[in-house]
Design a protein around this ligand. Structure first.
Ligand code: SAH
Ligand code: SF4
Length: 362
């Protein structure tokens, strides 16, 4: 068998290599992390870009079996922030010198929702000069809707495929047209075609998910030539069917380490993509996001959702930072990044270098 050192010297990994790397124990993983850190420094440097995250509504028409804010979960009050409150949060981000914001919500597909987000994006674009980067994460939408949001000023979009294994996809989603795997794929392609900086990702440690599945997911993200990747551990949300019906044999700690290995392999293979230090990492390990930055990630998303709404945007249990205010998150973030020895990028858009390269080729 090839030595790990030799596998890590390769420029690209095949499925077998990826499986090998995903199977490394904690001690052996150190070699993987060193290599990934080296690639990170070479291709994206040691700056960490900030995206103020606003979870603007927890109203969702879908019923993903893992998600705490799924339609059928009636344990939460539903909220929908007013545009003026969202603009207030964006103003905070601007003053804190975050170069961009992410607007995330449950998924609604309706003319009213399309228009609402369009107006909101337009208002943010008009209100700030120089412009902030605007990322949307509002689920699957028609080409027309994505186009309108882009014309209003949104330049990035996050839509995780969750898993690229269609069978597993239907184990974690209802098998109906509202939760179609093919539609999710088509939506990703639509976003790319429209010229968005496109991000996808997966949950790691889903019940019945195998190392082979994750290797396929990594190859999927490479094949789809994604600009941004968001990978987080799957964490049970108590009132959901997936948490209630499946005994998950993988410990949270193992999911955490598997997620770190996954982002490190992505960094080595995809080099100049933006990789987020996902919030879910921090629900398992208090310094989980710092660990991700240390080895591979270059994006940090401080939460700027008004504190009173955070308790109702619980996608999973033990979500961190739900009692903090935006300014508490701000000072915490700066300290956290400083601890990693990376540099905080203030007032920078943090455009994915991969995206710039992809566009230059066109
Ligand atoms: N409605 C949009 C955006 C909000 S959900 C969408 O679904 O795309 C954002 C992400 O939260 C999802 O893509 C999913 O990967 C993650 N998420 C949801 N429930 C989770 C859970 N139980 N554990 C970990 N991540 C979860
Ligand atoms: Fe809705 Fe997104 Fe949660 Fe699915 S993952 S239930 S689409 S918020």
């Amino acid at each position: 068998m090839e030595k790990i050192e030799d596998v890590l010297k390769k420029d690209s990994f095949n499925k077998e290599d990826i499986i090998r790397l995903l199977s490394l124990d904690q001690d052996e993983s150190k070699m993987l992390y060193l290599r990934s850190k080296e690639i990170k420094e070479k291709y994206v440097g040691n700056k960490v870009y900030l995206r103020g995250l606003i979870e603007f509504s927890n109203i969702c028409a879908k019923d993903c079996l893992y998600c705490g804010i799924r339609k059928s979960n009636d344990t939460y009050d539903r909220y929908n922030l007013q545009n003026e409150d969202i603009l207030e949060a964006v103003k905070f981000a601007k003053e804190a010198k975050y170069g961009s914001v992410v607007l995330q919500s449950g998924e609604l597909e309706s003319p009213a929702f399309t228009e609402r987000v369009e107006t909101l994006v337009q208002q943010i674009s008009d209100a700030f000069d120089p412009k902030l980067g605007i990322t949307l994460s509002c689920g699957e939408q028609s080409e027309e809707t994505y186009r309108r949001w882009k014309n209003a000023g949104a330049d990035r979009y996050l839509l995780r495929i969750e898993t690229s294994n269609e069978e597993l996809y239907y184990r974690i989603h209802p098998r109906d047209p509202k939760h179609s795997f093919q539609n999710r794929l088509a939506a990703l392609e639509r976003l790319k075609k429209l010229g968005y900086q496109t991000g996808t990702g997966i949950m790691v440690g889903l019940p019945t998910q195998t190392i082979e599945d994750i290797a396929d997911d990594i190859l999927f993200m490479q094949k789809y030539d994604m600009d941004m990747c968001g990978i987080g551990p799957y964490i049970e949300s108590e009132n959901t069917p997936l948490a209630q019906d499946f005994e998950n044999p993988m410990s949270l700690d193992d999911r955490f380490h598997l997620a770190l290995k996954t982002i490190s392999i992505i960094r080595i293979m995809m080099k100049d993509v933006n990789i987020a230090a996902s919030t879910a990492l921090q629900s398992i390990d208090k310094v989980g996001r710092e660990k991700a930055i240390n080895v591979a990630a270059n994006i940090f998303m401080p939460n700027i959702t008004p504190t009173e709404n955070r308790k109702e945007y619980l996608l999973y249990d033990n979500k961190p930072c739900i009692d903090e205010s935006a300014s508490e998150c701000q000072s915490c973030v700066i300290g956290r990044i400083a601890l990693t020895g990376n540099e905080v990028a203030y007032d920078e858009l943090g455009t994915s270098k991969h995206y710039e390269r992809r566009m230059a080729k066109k």
